[in-house]
Ligand binder design. Structure first.
Ligand code: EPU
Length: 421
């Protein structure tokens, strides 16, 4: 397994181009299943998670062609509506093929994704919603067996018990081809959902209420192909903004959208970070003084503070002045970076879903273990700001979600090297 060796203590200076958002691209790729024409997605990052979904779509018979950052998906030739365990277990967002398959073909057999390192991550909301739309669903042998009687889902009024990004996406896609009107109440508000709705509308879907908690969809007979540009990755943007803040220096994030990071901006400003947006997608990040201040963070569904930036923010607090608290409200096991940060000298006390982080003047390089995507990158951030050398083991997690990370950080003066297994 590859490892990353990082020599800490060098301020980042330079430009980083932000990639297309992984979590927008994945549902958009599943939306291609809704039409028999080609869906062309631009600004698709080259990541393991994207490759896993390409493999799944190809396994179902779709034609997928990548040309640089463009992905053309032709689902005219789909001849299987099964998403097998071996492909789904690699990437849980694969469950997002369920709604589109059921909507277009009236049948689907999709492996249950199972839990992952950060939590149990059930898909009950996806299943309940589809049942309300008339689907007959049986859970058997680790698979979701779903069927739409008479081949077509029916519009329904669905209220989500809790906000779920994936369930909102799955049902939004399913409803576009259902008979009649669907209303999704308490829908999640993440920008990736609006991006999906925009693409579906370009494909001919009738959706109103985008960017609100109530999405109204009037089903159509069929959708057509379209060309769609994936939004920039807000989590990658936030990650590199925190990297710049922790190391000092000046980094320009190109192609970034701060309007998708409304909860992070005030947190960074309170911590002593200056963010200048030129209005053309260039965001310059600098530190106001030599040190950072402690802040308090509570994760919440959008527009709250993203759980996907919690680990990175915690890494920042480990070297801030004073004590800050971090409360995780979305996933039950998302503090796995804590013992690893502690190996580097961080002072963190965990009490249930909250942590108190007391800043130390300097972290020290150590050998650490990556456990999931965002935890891994928090260790990289800590290593960049630490004295000495850090070895991060199991960095395959990073390749799932950060495009060209070594190249992007290296171009800004970071000293890091991948050690092949
Ligand atoms: N939940 C249920 N039942 C469901 C679905 C969700 O109880 O049927 C719970 C989850 O267990 C969790 C909460 O609802 O406690 C929110 O989960 P959500 O469904 O919103 O998450 P997701 O769609 O599985 C997406 C991102 C995650 C991100 C979360 C929260 C994608 C592909 N994944 O997951 O991204 O953390 O939303 O914002 O969009 C990552 O990129 O590292 C990552 C984990």
């Amino acid at each position: 397994m590859d490892r990353l060796k990082i020599e800490g203590g060098y301020p980042l200076n330079g430009e980083i181009t932000i990639s297309g958002a992984k979590n927008a691209a994945l549902p958009l790729m599943c939306a291609a299943l809704l039409a028999a024409d080609s869906l062309v997605l631009k600004n698709v990052p080259e990541l393991h998670d994207i490759a896993s979904l390409v493999a799944l779509l190809e396994n179902m018979g779709a034609g997928v062609t990548r040309t640089g950052a463009q992905l053309a998906i032709d689902a005219a030739s789909v001849n299987s509506t099964t998403a097998p365990y071996d492909l789904v277990r690699k990437m849980r967002a694969s469950v997002l093929v369920l709604g589109p398959l059921l909507a277009r073909f009236g049948t689907a057999k999709v492996s249950l994704p199972g839990g992952c390192a950060i939590g149990t991550r059930p898909v009950d909301l996806h299943i309940e919603g589809l049942r309300k739309m008339g689907a007959e669903i049986e859970l058997k042998d680790g698979y979701i067996h779903a069927r739409a009687p008479q081949g077509r889902l029916r519009g329904a009024e669905i209220t989500f018990r809790t906000k779920s990004v994936g369930a909102t996406e799955n049902l939004l896609m399913a409803a576009t081809l259902a008979e009649g009107r669907t209303v999704l109440h308490n829908a999640a508000l993440e920008p990736e959902i609006t991006d999906l709705a925009d693409c579906l509308i370009a494909m001919g879907a009738k959706i109103s209420g985008t960017d609100t908690e109530t999405l109204e969809i009037t089903g159509v007979e069929k959708l057509a192909g379209a060309t769609h540009n994936v939004i920039p990755d807000r989590i990658e943007t936030g990650t590199y903004a925190i990297a710049a803040a922790m190391t000092g220096g000046e980094v320009v994030l190109k192609g970034a959208r701060l309007d998708h990071l409304e909860a992070l901006v005030p947190v960074l400003e309170a911590a002593g970070v200056c963010l200048k947006d030129d209005g053309n997608g260039n965001v310059t990040v600098t530190r106001k003084g030599n040190t950072l201040n402690a802040v308090d963070i509570t994760t919440a569904p959008y527009p709250g503070f993203p759980t996907d930036l919690q680990a990175q923010a915690m890494a920042m607090l480990t070297i801030a002045e004073g004590a800050g608290t971090v409360k995780e409200t979305i996933f039950e096991n998302r503090f796995m970076h804590v013992p690893e940060l502690a190996r580097m000298g961080a002072d963190i006390a965990v009490h249930g879903s909250s942590a108190v982080v007391r800043g130390v003047p300097r972290l020290k390089g150590a050998e650490v273990m990556a456990t999931d995507l965002r935890a891994s990158v928090s260790l990289i951030l800590a290593a960049l700001a630490a004295d000495g050398t850090t070895i991060v083991n199991r960095i395959y997690h990073l390749d799932r979600g950060y495009e060209k990370l070594e190249h992007k950080l290296g171009a800004c003066g970071a000293k890091l090297e991948r050690i092949a297994a």
